[in-house]
Design a protein around this ligand. Structure first.
Ligand code: SAH
Length: 256
């Protein structure tokens, strides 16, 4: 009897372990190395379609440009191999160096809020995996994206290049300082949480432009803000929903 109980317990533990296997980080956060989980394009395309219907359209995102972008960018390529099977799930995922790729809905929502088009030159702060950059690059004319962690930035730059998102330029530096040499921008998106809206970013926004940025609100979450600069340079800020992003860190000095 005891023996039978033992076998049942071992079986249950094995089943639990097996179901969680895809989510166990095996320490391999390499995005480029694709040997372990060769993508089956059709499977991922189907998962992507479901992601768009169930997580994005169902929550009220309507912009055709945004939906087309979310349907076309292969999110699984921006996720480390060990997490790839969960890349279209309704959640953020780790990408290494303590950072995360945002939940698909949040990427779509921030892209819709940014309200950009094919004439726009846009700045992103917080390249991370490069996924948000890829989504935006399908809509805008030119995207500059800044990452402070060199390893992540280099990896994203390489991946974006290999996937032929040719209108994206990745810079390794402190995004809180913006990118004065390419300013002003039609839109700025910040994908890390700032204690307040950085002044250089407000300065580098074109009159008539807008910024989407999560800002700390003294609680567990942050407020996702839409910041608009009118034709006269006046700033108007609207708070939308609570979000959770990794913090925008301050660089010691500008890295070139
Ligand atoms: N947009 C990313 C997710 C961003 S996670 C994606 O689609 O995957 C936030 C990123 O902001 C992290 O990679 C972090 O290293 C970066 N970051 C934090 N502070 C920064 C700063 N001051 N300048 C530039 N990047 C910064």
């Amino acid at each position: 009897m005891k023996f039978l109980a033992l076998i049942i317990i071992v079986l249950i533990i094995s089943c639990i372990f097996y179901s969680f296997r895809p989510f166990i980080n095996r320490g391999d956060v390499s995005i480029a190395n694709d040997k372990e989980a060769k993508p089956k394009a059709e499977d991922y395309a189907q998962q992507r379609e479901m992601m768009v219907e169930q997580q994005i359209v169902a929550r009220g995102i309507k912009s055709k440009r945004v939906l087309d972008a979310m349907n076309s960018v292969p999110r699984h390529m921006f996720v480390p191999v060990g997490y790839r099977r969960g890349s279209y799930f309704d959640q953020p995922l780790p990408i290494g160096s303590g950072q995360t790729i945002s939940q698909p809905y949040i990427v779509a929502l921030m892209t819709e809020m940014l309200d950009v088009n094919s004439d726009d030159v846009v700045l992103e702060i917080g390249t991370g995996s490069g996924y948000q950059a890829a989504v935006l690059s399908t809509i805008v004319k030119k995207l500059y994206t800044i990452e402070i962690i060199e390893e992540l930035g280099m990896q994203a730059a390489q991946l974006l290049k290999s996937l032929e998102y040719d209108n994206v330029e990745v810079k390794i530096s402190d995004g809180g300082l913006g990118l004065p040499e390419k300013a002003p921008f039609d839109a700025i998106i910040v994908t890390a949480a700032a204690p307040e809206i950085p002044d250089p970013l407000i300065k580098q926004l074109k009159p008539g432009g807008r910024m989407v940025i999560p800002v700390d609100n003294n609680s567990y979450s942050q407020d996702l803000l839409i910041v608009e600069k009118d034709k006269n340079g006046n700033i108007e800020t609207k708070s939308t929903i609570p979000v959770r992003f990794v913090p925008l860190v301050k660089g010691e000095k500008k890295i070139e």
